[in-house]
Design a binder for this molecule. Structure first.
Ligand code: COA
Length: 150
């Protein structure tokens, strides 16, 4: 963790003005621009009652983001469950504690809303993300992911 660097980073609640910054980080990570995908996703998260979308800014520029939500009963799990949808940090600023700071802030917000368990889904082959989630305390949960190819 780079404490001096992190002092210059501010965490803010997600707003529509952050969408372009998120699209650019996603492009740097995945190599393609997904404009309408992110516009829809950001507006869905932003309409949540609790702040479950957070961005990290350096000099007013988005360098990382985390998007989550608090579930209703859609999956037969109680409303005290928080989901982490996506996390991304600009490759230029990775490995300096930005994702950990974003995660800490989201966990605090979840706790304030009464969330007791936090879930996320990570692709088995996504080693970076798996390592990161492990480092911030996640372990394998007791739900299993089922799939039917059509
Ligand atoms: C995974 C990711 C979010 C981590 O961001 P980051 O800012 O570099 O992570 P941090 O610096 O906060 O790391 C927190 C901890 O996780 C560890 N960690 C992070 N990435 C790791 C990796 N690839 N391998 C091993 N450990 C890792 C750090 O060493 C640190 O551990 P520590 O607390 O013991 O020092 C970032 O690599 C990323 O955005 N990856 C792409 C994710 C993606 O595909 N998102 C969807 C598209 S946007």
């Amino acid at each position: 963790m780079d404490k001096d660097f992190l002092k210059r980073v501010s965490l803010k609640s997600l707003s529509p003005s952050h969408v372009e910054g998120i699209i650019e980080i996603d492009r740097r990570i995945l190599g393609k621009r997904r404009q309408s995908f992110w516009k829809k996703k950001v507006s869905a998260v932003e309409s949540n009652v609790s702040p479950t979308g957070i961005v990290a800014e350096l000099d007013n520029k988005v360098i990382g983001f985390i998007l989550g939500e608090i579930s209703g009963w859609e999956f037969g799990v109680p409303a005290s469950v928080g989901w982490i949808d996506t996390i991304g940090v600009d490759p230029k600023y990775q490995k300096r504690g930005v994702a950990k700071a974003l995660m800490g802030e989201l966990i605090n917000n979840f706790r304030k809303s009464g969330v007791k368990n936090i879930y996320t889904l990570v692709n088995w082959s996504d080693w970076d993300l798996l390592q990161f989630f492990r480092r911030v305390g996640f372990t394998r949960g007791d739900m299993i992911n089922l799939e039917l190819k059509t």
